[in-house]
Design a protein around this ligand. Sequence first.
Ligand SMILES: NC(=O)c1ccc[n+]([C@@H]2O[C@H](COP(=O)([O-])OP(=O)(O)OC[C@H]3O[C@@H](n4cnc5c(N)ncnc54)[C@H](O)[C@@H]3O)[C@@H](O)[C@H]2O)c1
Length: 261
Amino acid sequence: MLIDLKDKVAIVTGAGRGIGNEIARTLASEGAIVVVTDIRQELLDEVAAEWQRNGWAGLQLLCDVRKAEDNRAVAAEVERAFGRIDILVNNAGVAGGARVEELSEEVWDLNMDINLKGTFLMCQAVIPTMKRQQSGRILNASSFAAIIPSIGGAAYAASKSGVEAFTRVLAGELGPFDITVNCYAPGMIPTGMNRFAERNDVDKGRLLDTLTLRRWGSPKDVAQLICFLSSDLASYITGTMIDVSGGKFATQMPWAAHRPG
Ligand SMILES: NC(=O)c1ccc[n+]([C@@H]2O[C@H](COP(=O)([O-])OP(=O)(O)OC[C@H]3O[C@@H](n4cnc5c(N)ncnc54)[C@H](O)[C@@H]3O)[C@@H](O)[C@H]2O)c1
């Protein structure tokens, strides 16, 4: 049984760096035509150079997922260039926060606008194409914070909980068109967003103590799930959330099993 993504047309948002970048790279190395979008042109330039070096098909498009017109322009450009849109990965995200008493409206809005509204707007932009095709895969980045939030993470957690509810509603609405909609919860994966790698050893230990496998994840761990969920092998999975978190939800005190003796 092989995952066959050859010539599937995929859009990955916020894929200039981090997990999205690895998702895009993995889809491309599996033969998909991958359109990378990001808000930062310098990241897209690096992606363009890599795609050229490897002879991968695709596009790099500047897009702020908060703007409906940017998302619509991406969908139109992809349909013009490749004639279809098979896969959308709504990866773009931010994670700012503070305790609720001190949380600014700006930071609240930033989390909501990028993580939740951006996901909604990009979905809205590709739905007509996927409906016409009577096929499609939509994958939305959630977080384990949607279920077990962190202190100071109200805005982020609320936005990701919103992504999960949104995912289920959209799965219901698009079921009749054979379009599947799922979300995934990565963690804990050191990236520029969370800077886990820069924490001191005590903090790192505390974070790892919450994981069944007690080790960091890698962007590749998420990318491999995305390849499966994007493929024909996952055609009967929709409206669900899958965590790639080293067992974040398995037991209350996973560190107990890692103690010697
Ligand atoms: N790293 C983790 O452990 C972890 C855990 C849970 C969830 N996630 C989720 O995974 C996704 C990727 O996270 P990451 O750790 O790779 O973060 P990252 O900061 O490394 O990457 C985020 C990317 O999104 C882009 N971006 C930011 N705002 C944008 C906008 N308005 N429009 C378009 N692009 C924009 C950034 O330029 C960047 O390339 C996010 O949705 C995040 O919430 C990550």
